[in-house]
Ligand binder design. Sequence first.
Ligand code: UD1
Ligand code: CA
Length: 406
Amino acid sequence: MSDRVAIILAAGISSRMNTKLPKVLHEVCGRPMLAYVIDVCRQADIEKLYVIVGYGKEQVIEYFGDDKNIVWIEQKEQKGTGHAVMCCKEYLANFTGDTLILCGDGPLIRAETLKTLIEKHQREMSAATLATAILDYPTGYGRIVRDGYGNIQGIVEDGDCSPQQKTIKEVNPSYYCFKNKVLFESLDKVTPDNVKKEYYLTDALHLIIEAGHKVTAVTAVAAEDAMGVNSRQQLSEAGKIMQRRIQDKFMRTGVTIVDPPNTWIDARTQIGQDTVIEPFTYIHGRVRIGSNCRVGPFAHLRDGTVLGDDVVLGVFTEVKNSTLSDGVRARHHSYIGDSQVGKNVNIGAGAITANFDGEKINATQISDNVFIGSGSILVAPINVPAGTHIKPGSTVAAKDLQDKKE
Ligand code: UD1
Ligand code: CA
């Protein structure tokens, strides 16, 4: 086993979200919250992950099931974050390295912050290190209590704070690095004597200090990143922050986004250089867009859309599970589903693929240089040969094209 592992807490029911779906599967910009937390661990070179699951565990495991470096650990009853970590004891009792602990409901975490946390932990040779954030509105978060010299004394949960402690703005976003042995020794001593009657992970900190070990806190988390998603409001807030990050990344790599607040791009999207995304474009799912394309306004790109280079999709054009090759034009009011579209095909205003026959979804193949007149309906399954000219207002099925050939 390497000398650093991470535990991710993801067993909670989330009563505040009022949901049947496990909280960590709720999506932020198209991906479950937990996916982001797993990603940053990997980016910070932590391979082995122990994920604590409980409520809806089958669904969570199914989603991430292919990842062989995740050990799934069940917490049968949710008795608090400290109890959740204790569920790993049989796996980690003899591990002599460092253990990071993160929460599955903190999707805005960044790999750089984790690296800073690890570095600080090693440099200071601490038994425990936490990364903290300063918030203008700290309500709801555990507060970092320090003595007159700035040394950390412990974390007090919001519900257990004195009026004085409530005014503390330094909070615990739940990013920790522990010497594993010290962690489990101290968790053995945590008791549930608090407002929620839970075993708090945060209580381990003052126990570690009491036992004479060194605990360090580094204010390394930007206020914006610190959010733990406990409600639908926070879920939408996290989505907005993530959306800004996604768009900033695209703009840095040479994509023009004309009106960022009125554009939505899934985290799984790829976009090539000099493509312009016009306002009110909504991209959801695994979507790949080439270079020099123009998408929108009011375009809707769904899962499985692949656009080559120099493709133009205009107002009210929806594309799903389709590949549009270089130079395709679909400027107005089209639906293209389950289609392979060749080069330089022109799809006129209001032309659509009828891909669903009421029972099953059928495929459409349109070869290079086809012209599809406005208002046409291509009834799938259909294969339109290269260069075909379809008159405006046609309803075309496979047999119509065969007739033409004869
Ligand atoms: C927790 C911290 C708080 C911190 C905040 C940051 C504790 C006691 N409090 O509070 O200091 O400011 O996160 O967002 O740790 N979970 C389990 N099993 C349980 C309970 C929780 O796996 O028995 C998981 C949840 O699914 C969640 C995470 O642990 O992913 C945090 O639990 P949550 O109840 O959201 O804690 P907070 O009240 O937000
Ligand atoms: Ca939380």
